[in-house]
Design a binder for this molecule. Sequence first.
Ligand code: ZN
Length: 270
Amino acid sequence: MLLPAETALPAPELPLAAGVFLLLLAPAIGSFLGVLVDRLPRGEDVLWRRSQCRSCAAALAPWELLPILSFCASGGRCRHCGAAIPAWALYLEIAALGVAVLALAAGGGLGAVLFSCLFLWGLLALALCDLLWLRLPDPLTAGLFLVVLIWAGSAGLQALGFALLGAGLGLGSFYALRWGYQHLRGREGLGLGDVKLMAALGGFAGPLDLPLLVLIAALTALGGGGIAHLRRPEQASATGLAQQPLPFGAALCAAAALLWLLRGLDLLWL
Ligand SMILES: [Zn+2]
């Protein structure tokens, strides 16, 4: 897929002040991603509902919502009831900051850095939703698809065509896989969320890198499933390893992030 960085005119470098602002903003974005991960799979409002403790329902004061700092200051516990705040909330804020650092290190103009951030933040939220809930909420997959389309569109019609072709192939092949498995085995083998996710990831990968993306995801999922089997052998043997629900969407997100990294390092030959 042709990317804007490959077009004739080099993009202007990002001003230093914009980079610093992005680094300061990133943990707060991570905090908002945490809200999305926590509420979207439950069907709760993500914009207007006040932040509150899940255990005692106490409303959280503004100073209890400072990204990274509040978690560390409270020792990861609610100051009202002492219930543990899930550690993934802290990890997500740190990872969102890591994404901003990576995007800035990858370079390019404001558009390239923003695309990298939005794309990788979206992958983070989707992967965590799948790991925690085995769900890939529609607003997140649709948002990711929109980000990919806008980025491809900014590179011209040819890049947009490649992205749409990749999206169609990703969506179509995964839907066929889901349909075929369901008819052969009589039960669901691939979630509809994974199928929808492939519109965004197929669009990002393009038709040429799509097989590589799926291969990396399959190997990641197999590796993850194997490790889970080793850690909880009794659970796996009770139901059979093949019967265990596997967060394949998380593996797809990890593969897409790796593809982003490989492209940034110019390690792909296509
Ligand atoms: Zn509480």
